[in-house]
Design a protein around this ligand. Sequence first.
Ligand SMILES: Nc1ncnc2c1ncn2[C@@H]1O[C@H](COP(=O)(O)OP(=O)(O)OP(=O)(O)O)[C@@H](O)[C@H]1O
Ligand SMILES: O=P(O)(O)OC[C@H]1O[C@H](OP(=O)(O)OP(=O)(O)O)[C@H](O)[C@@H]1O
Ligand SMILES: [Mg+2]
Length: 281
Amino acid sequence: MLRIAVPNKGSLSDPACEMLVEAGYRERRDRRELVLPDPDNDVEFFFLRPRDIAVYVGSGTVDVGITGRDLLLDSGVDAVEHRPLGFARSTFRFAAPAGEITSLEQVAGKRVATSYDVLVGNYLAEHGVDATVVHLDGAVESAVQLGIADVVADVVETGTTLRAAGLSTFGEPILKSEAVLIHPRGHEVSNGLTVLDRRLQGVLVARQYVLMDYDVPVEHVEKAVAITPGLESPTVSPLHNGEWVAVRSMVRKEATNRVMDELYDVGARAILVTSIHACRI
Ligand SMILES: Nc1ncnc2c1ncn2[C@@H]1O[C@H](COP(=O)(O)OP(=O)(O)OP(=O)(O)O)[C@@H](O)[C@H]1O
Ligand SMILES: O=P(O)(O)OC[C@H]1O[C@H](OP(=O)(O)OP(=O)(O)O)[C@H](O)[C@@H]1O
Ligand SMILES: [Mg+2]
């Protein structure tokens, strides 16, 4: 039975649970439930603090987990990323009062407040910057105003929290993060993990693609399929009226309207778009 660690709180928790349900796993009914057996799918879920998940996975006490790339790197444990999961996207950045500190070099000798000491300490060391890391549990944006630090290093999504605290980012992002599926380093990939991974990949593809159907005159079919090449190759079916064919293809969701316009321009008609509920690629 595959043991899977899932965040029980915070930004990662709800989208992780939604993704697992979409992938066909059992749903947690009560947020206080910490262990959820799912014998039908031969897995068992453990709901753990997001920051602890890499520690459990690294120690091999659970087989696989969902956490943030930033949390994985900050944990310093022997676990590796198996697949990015496309949610809880953020950057990890330095910030300081607008105009006061504008480059990484200027961080030398300063105090940097963060909840991610290892991540920040490693980054500073790699860039030859000698600074003091001040550990805080959260709400680090207030650290400068309250005088405990000169700079903060934290998760930035929209930047609203930083702006509200009068801080501006500077330097390159330390990291681009998102939720990731992780497993212990050097671990043989089990059949259970392969199935979980394929299911999650199915959810990602179903979210990223739509199915597009259209009719096109035979003489324009090559131009049309060049616009919708699909993953392998589009399906082209005969129509009762032999001068036309029907085409079905997967198209990236964000390109839907551009592709429909282009198809229309080459003579396609009756262009229909449907969402993909589930898939195995
Ligand atoms: N606003 C956000 N947008 C996207 N991802 C975020 C955001 N805030 C935190 N994260 C991600 O969530 C993970 C942090 O987990 P953490 O336990 O700190 O949750 P949290 O969302 O900060 O909740 P809480 O502060 O209530 O515990 C990291 O991977 C981080 O990148
Ligand atoms: O760029 P934004 O869209 O404003 O989002 C980023 C903020 O979200 C998270 O904070 P959270 O609410 O989890 O509080 P915390 O600092 O206590 O973890 C993160 O730590 C940032 O503070
Ligand atoms: Mg937080």
